[in-house]
Design a protein around this ligand. Sequence first.
Ligand code: SAH
Length: 258
Amino acid sequence: MLQNIRVVLVNTSHPGNIGGAARAMKNMGLSRLVLVDPQDFPSSEATARASGATDILGSVQVVGTLEEALVGCSVALGTSARERHIPWPLLDPRECATTCLQHIQQESEVALVFGREYAGLTNEELQRCHFHVHIPSDPAFSSLNLAAAVQVLSYEVRMAWLQAQGQPTKMSKVEPVSLDEQQVTADELELFYGHLESTLVQIGFLDPQNPRHLMSRLRRLYGRSGISKLEMNILRGVLTETQKVVRGEPHKRRKEDV
Ligand code: SAH
């Protein structure tokens, strides 16, 4: 689906930005890059900045005009760092991503259009676009680096796409790998409460004849802590050592404690 989104860079002067844009796109799962009259391409600088995204550079489409770049697109979104005089339907990057998704879900093609490093897009070029997109940067310093602007919009497209696919946006491991990531179970907690209670009696903190609400409060405390198996082992170890001290048994000090 994402291959129906093309990134169009108009009249780019620095080949490094072309490479940077390719890398940003590949990171976010986009693959179609169209260059309108680039000033210096192909270029070793573009390849260097693309890092591993040379496949995108390899399949770049180079055209002479914006009209050619937009052939087959049902919607074009033109980006601008500044406010322009003619009022136009304006989207923020998130709304831009939603619009992209709406179109590609209907198998229409979409273009994200980016301008020149020094002058942006001309008014004529912007008027060829159905929507204008502005990244809400600080008005006192509003212009992002071209590849950074590609990154922001590609990222928003990816977030919207992941959401539409019902895919997670957070890294999640399939299986818990360490004891520190495994939640303690209810039965392990019960064993701990038993151990805690007997230890508290042994050290004289809990009077079995008059227990009041101590154990309920401790259950409430530990219950809301989300204890891992590893943390449980530590707590059980503390209790075991405490009991040894109470019984007057020698306890082994750890090497590093000595
Ligand atoms: N001096 C130019 C800035 C161009 S920056 C100007 O004033 O227009 C190069 C390109 O990066 C812009 O044409 C646009 O495509 C993109 N870009 C940079 N900052 C942006 C922003 N805040 N919002 C949207 N696009 C931006």
